[in-house]
Design a protein around this ligand. Structure first.
Ligand SMILES: Cc1ncc(COP(=O)(O)O)c(C=O)c1O
Length: 363
């Protein structure tokens, strides 16, 4: 019995365009051997930086390409968040964001994540009472861990609040292109007239995570300061990887890769919904319109730490909801459906349901 993992937000190998990457690597070394093998500069591989700038309709000087968007997050936090600084995050939120912010000694304030995004009126209330954050970390599309998407109205309201109360919105958006249903919503970056948004995205979820290429887009002055941090940290990011992504994007492979991931993930989402409805009718969730994750709430009596042990004994793993929260959520979990095929999902949820039953708590 092989372990079935709903734990990691990564694509399975069968939906990675390995052949396209091999070809893009060949093109990178053939077409630009000097640029691909040099140190380059801290802003990243220049042709890729330009491609990203075009995609977002901004000047190249507003873009910095990094080793994964995790590095982009770390630079932004290093620049903007000191010990004791107020930071807004969604509740629940990405566990690594919480770890990084804790590591910087930030004063973390969590605001409820509703099915249409962060509770902006709860935030407005706190701001009205004198709360003065420096930064708000927001994952707008197919949020990690919940799979929810921030509505257009809430995007507008957050921009208003950021302008009025002078804080930066960190729009952390690695899942934006993995939408398999519904209409795409404009980024906050594209609606920002006041220089309040710094945006990050990544090729981890579309090309592959091992390539470690992500980026930041923001006001030129902020990018310039981060460029200094980047130079002092590593001289420059990985030029070989960025040159490969550049060829992958410019040869038209990117669109095909995104299509492959979207098609597979839609089928995986459907399989997950069907299996949960059949095996665990007491589970509560909202089927995501894209992305990699679904948040599941079990009856209050279920203790997810115990469930984790019972599930591991049946060789199925997931991440406890409590890892994404500062308090509460002992009956919640995150299921990543990106790395498992529909058959594995079916079997995995059957085992998870057995694990729930084994706890002997009432539904
Ligand atoms: C919200 C969010 N931000 C950042 C990252 C990190 O992505 P990268 O692989 O580009 O470092 C992830 C990865 O899971 C994520 O979910």
């Amino acid at each position: 019995m092989a372990t079935i993992s709903f734990a990691r937000g990564a694509p399975s190998l069968d939906i990675v365009d390995v052949e396209g990457l091999r070809e893009s690597a060949r093109l990178a070394f053939d077409n630009d051997p000097a640029g691909t093998t040099a140190y380059g500069t801290s802003v990243g591989y220049v042709p890729l930086r330009e491609w990203i700038a075009e995609q977002h309709g901004v000047a190249a000087e507003q873009v910095l390409v990094t080793n994964g968007s995790m590095q982009a997050d770390a630079f932004l936090f290093e620049l903007m968040v000191g010990a004791g600084d107020g930071v807004v995050v969604e509740s629940p939120t990405y566990d690594r964001t919480l770890l990084n912010l804790r590591g910087r000694g930030a004063d973390i304030h969590m605001f409820d994540l509703e099915r249409d995004g962060i509770d902006v009126e709860q935030l407005a209330g706190a701001l009205g009472q004198g709360f003065r954050p420096k930064l708000a970390h927001i994952i707008p599309n197919f949020q990690n861990p919940a799979g929810y998407t921030l509505s257009a109205a809430k995007r507008g309201r957050l921009l208003e609040l950021a302008t009025e109360h002078d804080f930066t919105i960190f729009e952390d958006d690695p899942y934006v292109s993995i939408r398999f249903e519904g209409e795409p919503l404009p980024t906050m970056l594209s609606q920002d007239d006041a220089g309040k948004v710094v945006y990050a995205s990544s090729f981890s979820k579309t090309v592959c995570p091992g390539i470690r290429v992500g980026y930041l887009v923001g006001p030129q002055a902020v990018i310039k300061q981060i460029q200094t941090l980047a130079t002092n940290t590593y001289i420059s990011p990985n030029m070989v990887a960025q040159s490969i992504v550049n060829q992958f994007a410019r040869s038209g492979r990117m669109d095909g890769a995104i299509e492959t991931v979207k098609t597979a993930l839609r089928a995986r989402r459907d399989a997950l919904v069907a299996a949960l409805e059949r095996e665990l009718p007491e589970a509560r969730f909202q089927a995501p319109q894209g992305g990699y994750f679904m948040w599941v709430e079990l009856p209050e009596a279920v203790d997810v730490a115990e469930l984790e042990r019972a599930a591991a004994a049946r060789e199925v793993i997931f991440v406890k909801g409590t890892d994404f929260l500062l308090e509460g959520g002992a009956n919640t979990l995150r299921l990543a459906y990106s790395g498992v095929n529909p058959e594995q999902i079916d079997e995995g949820i059957t085992r998870l349901a057995e694990a729930v039953r084994s706890l002997g708590v009432a539904a």
